[in-house]
Design a protein around this ligand. Structure first.
Ligand SMILES: Nc1ncnc2c1ncn2[C@@H]1O[C@H](COP(=O)(O)OP(=O)(O)OP(=O)(O)O)[C@@H](O)[C@H]1O
Ligand SMILES: O=C(O)C1=C[C@@H](O)[C@@H](O)[C@H](O)C1
Ligand SMILES: [Mg+2]
Length: 170
């Protein structure tokens, strides 16, 4: 299946870039965070509060591993890379693009982490979460796109260019 899955830290722009990317390519768009909320009939932060981070990850794995779409841009949640089954599934159904953002830029972009609903261990800092996750994003990525110093339109253009260079989409 010819899907484009976006992965990266919360606030990297998977949802914002994803929906515009889908329009430019004439693709469908889904946000797997919204699929989780629909399946669970609860907000992401409520699921994390009720089930804990491990419980949330199990739900996130199940929902992402069951996505069946084609010609679709899939914006994932930042924690999907903890879910190996889901990641293998998404990789088998298209190309995985890592939207890379520096810790400095991320710190500026993210206001209230808890309000967004982030899979953060008790007492864990953004810096340690970043260090834990970057190797996972790199492990699953087919393409890495660096969005440093770019606005949303600039990041979109780099994603399009990277897909074109790889021959996934002209
Ligand atoms: N170059 C850029 N690329 C993407 N987003 C940008 C850029 N510059 C600023 N932004 C802003 O950063 C925010 C990105 O948030 P967004 O919800 O798209 O992230 P996300 O990766 O989907 O996060 P989450 O994992 O929490 O779902 C938006 O408010 C967007 O307008
Ligand atoms: O990066 C994270 O830990 C998360 C990001 C969100 O997109 C959601 O998937 C969830 O709230 C966890
Ligand atoms: Mg998002």
């Amino acid at each position: 299946m010819n899907n484009i899955t976006l992965i990266g830290m919360p606030g990297a722009g998977k949802s914002s870039i994803g929906v515009v990317l889908a329009k430019v390519l004439g693709y469908q768009f889904i946000d797997s965070d919204l699929l989780i909320q629909k399946a669970e009939k609860r907000t992401l932060s409520k699921i994390i509060e009720d089930e804990g981070t491990e419980g949330f990850k199990a739900i996130e794995n199940r929902v992402n591993a069951s996505i069946q779409v084609e010609n679709t841009v899939i914006a994932t949640g930042g924690s999907v890379v903890y879910c190996d089954e889901a990641m293998q599934h998404l990789k088998s159904e298209g190309v995985v693009v890592y939207l890379k953002i520096s810790l400095e830029l991320l710190s500026r972009r993210l206001g209230n982490l808890k309000g967004r609903g982030v899979v953060l261990k008790e007492g864990q800092t953004l810096a340690s979460l970043y260090d834990e996750r970057v190797p996972l994003y790199e492990k699953y990525a087919d393409i890495v796109v660096d969005e440093e110093d770019k606005d949303l339109e600039g990041s979109l253009q780099v994603v399009l260019e990277a897909l074109k260079n790889r021959g996934d989409k002209a």
